[in-house]
Ligand binder design. Structure first.
Ligand code: MCA
Ligand code: AMP
Length: 505
């Protein structure tokens, strides 16, 4: 094998006219059509001067062409760097600069706003719109539809995914070919994916869940993907009778349960519903089973590690747990202070080791050393407990993180912006329960003496540099922040205080 990830996921389908992607309008894109498009893109990247190991940053809508950019990068040995389409130019600027991306591929509607970013960083700006058109596609049309796959090894980098940190600075998680390959092999095996499967794909393709789990597994198994630009309840309900599997964040499942059209009959031909990225309430698990007879299979993963654990496909899927370590993955529960392994049943830090665990953070050796132990264990920042039957329970987080509708939001990043606002003395950002998104953002502000804060102005100011999903849903002003005797802000007290803000009485 010359390029393990390309050969295993993509190359195996060369020349096959089997259906790979089906779109809402009935268009079918075969495996071979997809590979030919990817080959044209790989040629164009090469012509643009992108070399193996270089980064390509993409902030584009979900389309078959966008997915072909991923395959093109793998085939040409380029490091694929997908970005949330909600990020503002300020946010994108950091990622492009930090990664040293050679190309920034964006939607045509954003090219004017991103031109200064390209100029400042020296990246080549190309466009790709939701319908696949744009400067990139136009040039690619003239390219040959076969490309000589670039040699890579399992240890070579395949992708950078940026993940924020408690310091508010995003870190580029470096994922190797071997990380991605070993994980999708383990998952496809555990979840028994075959070429007969039809996956309902409504997740974004700029995160691990939609790209490296849902897409890679389908590519590996050779099944078909019903490919939706975004989560759309009506389309999912319409297509469910023709599908066999779905992957989603808990919000997908709570939204389905709220719809009376979602019945046992509708889900009759489905064989598997997978949930992850955020905690699935045991209550949702139970309601889902009562409605459909299916037990949602919950799994646990992270950007840095891909998937770590999964409830069993065969055997008991236990509500409120994330199941057992995947084949090849080791999990231990440790004391957060000493790092010592705790006896079974005790609550502690979840640590993970295996072929799934990333190589480190791009150009951040100290951060890498803080979280990735020398012996290969990654300190997840999640708190867990292993029950007497071996199921892992996630019981909390040792990191200041909010998960809203499956998107991670780091309070520090918002606090830094709030603190910079005129008249703000200090701030604290917390996550509170939300019926649709699981958690949502509340900002608590303390004004400087004698200042009356203009909350609308603050909201709009921070909005210019922060993606919308990170915006506080509510800003409140307090005379002071609750602190313990050491002077540390008591976020727990704030979370308790505002826990009912969005929960219907
Ligand atoms: C959209 N909005 C949100 C969110 N999504 N606000 C907070 N949290 C969100 N997650 C806001 C928009 O900014 C907009 O605000 C309004 O909601 C409507 O936007 P729209 O796009 O129509 O929303 P939606 O279609 O209802 O989206 C909700 C969603 C989506 C379907 C839950 O967020 C989603 O697909 N989430 C999945 C995320 C995911 O893939 N996570 C995996 C990463 P306004 O109206 O004010 O403009 S984690 C991962 O990969 C790890 C490894 C793992 O374990 O899986
Ligand atoms: P990310 O940084 O986007 O990869 O998010 C990873 C984090 O999402 C993990 O560290 C967990 O806190 C959380 N997470 C993922 N899957 C689950 C799950 N099934 N249950 C609870 N939390 C989860």
């Amino acid at each position: 094998m010359t390029n393990p990830l390309y050969d295993t996921l993509f190359g195996q389908h060369q020349g096959k006219t089997t259906a790979f992607l089906e779109l809402a309008d009935g268009t079918i894109i075969s495996h071979n059509d997809y590979l030919e498009l990817a080959a044209q893109y790989a040629h164009l990247f090469t012509q643009l001067g992108v070399k193996p190991g270089d980064r390509v940053a993409v902030q584009i809508g979900k389309s078959p062409q966008a997915l072909a950019v991923y395959a093109a990068c793998v085939q040409a040995g380029i490091v694929f760097l997908p970005l949330n389409t909600a990020y503002t130019p300020d946010e994108v600027s950091y990622f492009v600069e930090n990664s040293g991306a050679r190309v920034l591929l964006c939607d045509g509607k954003r090219s004017e706003a991103l031109e200064p970013v390209a100029e400042a960083t020296g990246a080549i700006l190309e466009t790709m719109n939701n319908d696949g058109s744009g400067t990139f596609a136009m040039q690619a049309e003239a390219m040959p539809s076969a490309f000589a796959t670039v040699d890579r090894s399992e240890d070579d980098l395949a992708a950078f995914l940026y993940t924020s940190g408690t310091t508010g600075r995003s870190k580029g998680a470096m994922l190797t070919q071997g990380n991605l390959l070993s994980n999708c092999k383990a998952l496809a095996g555990e979840w028994e994916f075959t070429s007969e499967d039809v996956l309902l794909h409504a997740l974004p393709i700029f995160h691990t869940h939609g790209l490296f789990v849902a897409t890679n597994i389908s590519l590996l198994a050779g099944g078909k993907i019903f490919f939706m630009p975004k989560f759309d309840l009506d389309v999912i309900i319409e297509r469910m009778p023709t599908a066999t599997t779905m992957m989603g964040v808990p919000t997908f499942y709570t939204r389905l349960l709220e719809d009376a059209r979602f019945t046992k009959d509708l889900a009759n031909d489905m064989r598997l519903f997978v949930s992850g990225s955020a905690p699935l309430l045991a209550e949702t698990h139970v309601q889902f089973e009562e409605r459909t007879g299916h037990r949602i299979l919950e799994r646990y993963g992270m950007t840095e590690t891909n998937m770590n654990t999964s409830n069993p496909y065969k055997g008991e899927r236990r509500a409120g747990t994330v199941g057992f370590p995947l084949p090849g993955v080791e999990i231990k529960i440790t004391d957060s202070n000493t790092g010592a392994t705790l006896p079974q049943g005790e609550i502690g830090e979840i640590e993970v080791r295996g072929p799934n665990v990333f190589k480190g953070y791009w150009q951040m050796p100290e951060k890498t050393a803080e979280e990735l132990r020398r012996d290969g264990y990654f300190i997840t920042g999640d708190l867990g407990q292993i029950d007497e039957d071996g199921y892992l329970h996630i019981v909390g987080r040792n990191k200041d993180l909010i998960i809203s509708g499956g998107y991670n939001i780091y309070p520090k990043e918002i606090e830094l912006l709030l603190d910079d606002e005129d008249g703000v003395l200090e701030s604290a950002v917390v996550g509170v329960p939300h019926p649709d998104f699981g958690e949502t953002v509340v900002g608590v502000l303390v004004a400087q003496a004698g200042v009356e804060l203009d909350l609308d102005a603050i909201k709009s100011n921070i909005g210019t540099s922060l993606a919308r999903f990170k915006h506080p849903q509510k800003l409140v002003v307090l005379p002071e922040l609750p602190r313990n005797t050491m002077g540390k802000v008591q976020k727990k007290t704030l979370r308790e205080e505002y826990k009912d803000l969005f929960v219907p009485a």
